[in-house]
Design a protein around this ligand. Structure first.
Ligand SMILES: [Zn+2]
Length: 399
């Protein structure tokens, strides 16, 4: 059995629940990872705010790990979600890691982040799979115009937000006339947006011009770098450029649709009290709605989502069975499996995250119509070849 298959078999124990606000929330195994399913083109992840310290997962010691918690960032994530909902009428997608960073660092590659522990590796896989799924769902609903924010907290001396676009401090110190060169754009986590934005603004303008994300939040009283007000960290300033997730879940990586920014939030005035988190969340919501309106064609005010089912969506994460589409509505219930042979017969099962089989049968022509009665949510699709006995597992989501 491959490691990927093992992970997907283990993942059967995860479950789906509905919270008090009637928003779909998916928890991974042992509640380590939480995914609040949204309907906006905004995906937020919170990797370093977790508090769970299960004794079954050893403390990380591999490769000289950083284990500091980003205090109150889970509360910041919830405040952002609530505020964006009040502002637009829809929720963003939000993915939380609830394991403390001593057990899992979800913003590292799997080897450094999980240090070889099987349960930590499963949580890592779920975390990144949920981010991928969220981005795919949002991309299908909003014509590929997706914004991704990875939320952190820093303890640097200067009380300002540090925006990470994967550009080094030495890059930001360059004059605009050099920073605008293609070689810097090719590093950037918003390169897709630069190549396709509503006003045809260039890279430097989107980083630190009058309508850059950092500028909009600075205008609202939350200074940050880079921005029009504060274009670059100084030579001696500590500064975070953006980590693993900003690299792998943005257009800096070929094939990824979302453009993204790592937000390193200072604590006083933003993360420290309920009231400050709420006020910051209000400013963030205004800024993100404004940013989307200025630079994309997505409509998020008075949110009313129309689900597109025409476009094939392939999950980017380890996935044994390609399902097209992976996002289905009540009007579109047919899933095709382009990798399977149409001449062959397969046994197929649709399985909930709790492991309950909700549909089964024999499949012809490598396609299946899902039962009418299936509730919205995520499902595993398990296909077994009657000839070879080979089992493959994929995932679909129903709205
Ligand atoms: Zn962090």
């Amino acid at each position: 059995m491959t490691r990927i298959k093992l992970i997907f078999l283990l993942a059967y124990i995860v479950f789906v629940s509905i919270d008090a606000r009637a928003q779909t929330v998916i928890f991974g195994a042992n509640d380590y990872i939480e995914y609040q399913v949204g309907t906006l083109p905004i995906v937020i992840s919170v990797p370093h705010g977790g508090a769970l310290v299960p004794s079954t997962i050893p403390d990380r010691t591999c490769n000289n790990p950083t284990t500091v918690t980003d205090a109150n960032t889970v509360a910041v994530g919830r405040a952002l979600s609530d505020s964006i909902f009040s502002r637009t009428g829809c929720y963003p997608h939000v993915i939380y890691c609830h394991l403390r960073r001593t057990k899992l660092d979800a913003n590292r590659n799997i080897d450094d982040g999980a240090c070889g522990d099987v349960a930590a590796e499963l949580a890592w896989t779920e975390y990144h799979h949920f981010i991928d799924s969220a981005q795919q769902l949002a991309a299908a609903q909003y014509a590929d115009e997706v914004l991704y924010f990875d939320i952190h907290g820093h303890g640097h001396p200067k009380a300002r937000i540090e925006y990470g676009y994967l550009l080094e401090k030495s890059d930001l110190l360059l004059p605009d006339s050099i920073l605008i060169e293609e070689s810097y754009l090719n590093e950037s986590s918003i390169q897709g947006l630069v190549r396709n934005n509503r006003q045809n603004l260039d890279h430097v303008t989107l980083l630190r011009g009058p309508e850059a994300f950092g500028t909009l939040l600075a205008d609202a009283g939350y200074p940050g770098v880079p921005s029009l007000q504060d274009p670059t960290p100084e030579e001696d300033d500590p500064y975070f450029t953006g980590g693993y997730s900003t690299q792998v879940h943005t257009t800096a990586t070929a094939g990824v649709i979302a453009n993204g920014i790592q937000l390193e939030l200072n604590r006083p005035g933003i993360r420290d009290t309920d009231e400050n988190r709420k006020n910051f969340a209000g400013a963030f919501s205004d800024a993100v709605v404004q940013f989307i309106g200025l630079h994309t064609t997505a409509e998020v005010e008075g949110c009313d989502v129309v689900v597109s089912t025409h476009q094939p969506i392939l999950l980017q994460s380890p996935n044994d069975l390609v399902c097209v589409p992976t996002l289905l509505s009540s009007a579109q219930r047919e899933v095709r499996f382009p990798e399977l042979r149409t001449a062959e017969l397969y046994d197929i099962e649709i399985i909930t995250f709790q492991g309950r089989v909700v549909q089964q049968g024999e499949m012809h022509l490598a396609s299946l119509v899902l039962n009418e009665g299936l509730m919205p949510g995520s499902y595993f699709v398990r296909v077994r070849s009657q000839d070879s006995g080979t089992v493959r597992i994929g995932r679909v989501m129903i709205f």
